[in-house]
Design a binder for this molecule. Structure first.
Ligand SMILES: Cc1cc2nc3c(=O)[nH]c(=O)nc-3n(C[C@H](O)[C@H](O)[C@H](O)COP(=O)(O)OP(=O)(O)OC[C@H]3O[C@@H](n4cnc5c(N)ncnc54)[C@H](O)[C@@H]3O)c2cc1C
Length: 452
């Protein structure tokens, strides 16, 4: 679609942020997102500075019948932050963060990365649960759920939201909380960007300073025994312990398994809790030690540079049963890319006990977020990597729940979105019909208002 000169002027006038058109320098950098598979040409990249700029863009998009896509940190693997021919609402410049130590709360704008957010709160020895790679954006992560190292003790990122400022499809700025616009508040805690554009998040903070964290490494051949022990051990562990497993190739291409842990209570208690896991079978390496929480949060960043080609498949896994372990043992040695990995991020403790209907994030249980995270650099390797990923996913499917964590989804069709929301899907559709009946916000894992 081509906009006339007067429409272009209209978008620019009164708008305090930046508008980048295809002919402008910086357009290619501005439209790029984390996943290098995504190469889309938006009509314009629009960088608002505040909520009134956001409202102006939404009104403009409605008036000209334009699709609008929203970018926070740009890390959605599906690449929903950018769409061909759309207005790309890029919030990455909105990075204000204000910590209130007395109330242990923080107000944060949606352009912040996890690392930027953690830096502000860690200066006061505080944190809220986010994800495990610090270059990810807080906005998309929180709106889809947000599973990380503090989930056992304090829940998901969305469970720690106190309120949010949301510009809805009709251009209104609403406060959503347990007191105001309660349905909207329910919807944005899991329902992604379906209900509006969040211009400010308010989170509960918790005292988190030094944690006992690090990895146990094993050759893959030890995995069957270790994983069976691990499965029983972590499910019975106290809430303070959150863990993840990763299966990958070492730099010398040896298949290996890593158990990563974070104990966020007193270190001496953590040493006792972790003793059986650390001694059950001698790991090749044990790097578990007290460390600043912020150091743990950025420990994995190097493995996820922007611009690599990504293809992911995922599902919730209840138990590490024999069949699942066999499938992993068969496929992991043949990983086509040494940058890829298979992850099992544990949902535990508080995050697992919250009622499935309390927020729109439905899947609450002691379980693992099973994720085949394939990444590579050379486009000629794409077919090989995608085929391997699909084959492993197929082998794992009998062991996985139908449900999937929405933030891991690629463009996998409406049935997978429905499966992600499970029992909360109908309520989400009803809310979408009220707040966005024309489906303006559809560049996302879409709750389609026309669905029954
Ligand atoms: C390297 C890597 C590590 C990850 N690790 C974790 C992890 O540990 N835990 C976890 O839970 N997830 C993790 N994820 C998944 C992550 O939660 C999603 O990719 C999430 O979408 C990232 O948010 P973003 O703001 O960076 O993405 P974007 O691509 O900018 O946004 C994703 C979508 O969210 C919506 N959105 C974004 N901002 C707003 C807003 N302000 N208002 C309304 N809608 C908005 C839009 O629909 C947008 O298209 C990881 C992803 C990557 C790539």
């Amino acid at each position: 679609m081509v906009l006339g000169a007067s429409a272009s002027r209209e978008l620019g006038s009164g708008f305090r942020g930046q508008v980048i058109w295809p002919e402008d320098g910086g357009y290619d950098a501005a439209r790029a997102v984390f996943n290098g598979m995504i190469d889309r040409q938006p009509l314009a990249v629009v960088r608002p500075v505040d909520a009134s700029d956001v409202a102006r863009c939404i009104e403009f998009a409605r008036r000209h019948d334009l699709l609008i896509s929203v970018r926070g940190g740009g890390h959605s693997v599906a690449g929903h932050a950018v769409r061909d021919g759309a207005i790309m609402l890029d919030l990455s410049g909105m990075k204000a963060v204000q910590v209130e130590p007395e109330t242990r709360t923080v107000r944060a704008q949606p352009g912040l990365t996890l690392g930027e957010f953690d830096r502000a709160t860690q200066a006061l020895g505080l944190a809220t649960p986010l994800g495990v790679v610090s270059v990810t954006g807080i906005a998309g992560l929180t709106l889809g759920g947000g599973l990380g190292w503090l989930n056992g003790c304090y829940g998901l990122a969305c469970d720690n939201l106190i309120s949010a400022d949301v510009v809805t499809a009709d251009g209104q700025l609403l406060k959503a909380s347990t007191h105001q616009n309660k349905d909207l508040f329910w919807g944005i805690r899991g329902g992604g960007g379906n209900f509006g554009v969040v211009t400010s998040f308010e989170y509960q903070l918790h005292p988190v300073d030094v944690v006992l964290a690090g990895a146990l490494s094993y050759p893959l051949r030890a995995a069957p025994q270790v994983l069976r022990f691990y499965d029983d051990f972590v499910k019975a562990a106290p809430d303070e312990l959150s863990t993840a497993v990763s299966l990958a190739l070492t730099p010398t291409r040896e298949p290996a398994m890593f158990i990563v842990v974070c104990y966020c209570g007193p270190t001496d208690k953590g040493e006792q809790v972790l003793h059986p896991l650390r001694t059950f079978q001698s790991p090749v390496d044990d790097s578990i030690q007290p460390m600043p929480y912020a150091a743990l949060q950025s420990a994995r960043d190097e493995g996820f540079p922007s611009g690599r080609l990504h293809y992911w498949k995922s599902g919730w896994l209840g138990d590490l049963n024999d069949g699942a372990i066999e499938a992993l043992m068969e496929f992991v040695p043949h990983l086509p890319s040494s940058a890829s990995g298979v992850g099992l991020q544990q949902m535990h403790g508080v995050a697992s006990r919250i009622a499935p209907s309390a927020t729109s994030f439905p899947r609450r249980a002691e379980q693992y977020d099973f994720l085949i995270l394939s990444q590579w650099s050379d486009a000629t390797d794409s077919d090989r990597n995608i085929e391997w990923t699909r084959a492993l996913f197929q082998a794992m499917q009998p062991h996985l729940e139908e449900s999937v964590y929405v933030n891991n989804l690629g463009d996998e069709g409406p049935e997978r979105v429905k499966a992600a929301y499970g029992q909360n899907y109908q309520r989400l559709v009803a809310l979408k019909r009220t707040l966005d009946p024309d489906n303006l916000f559809r560049a996302n894992h879409n709750i389609d208002p026309s669905q029954i």
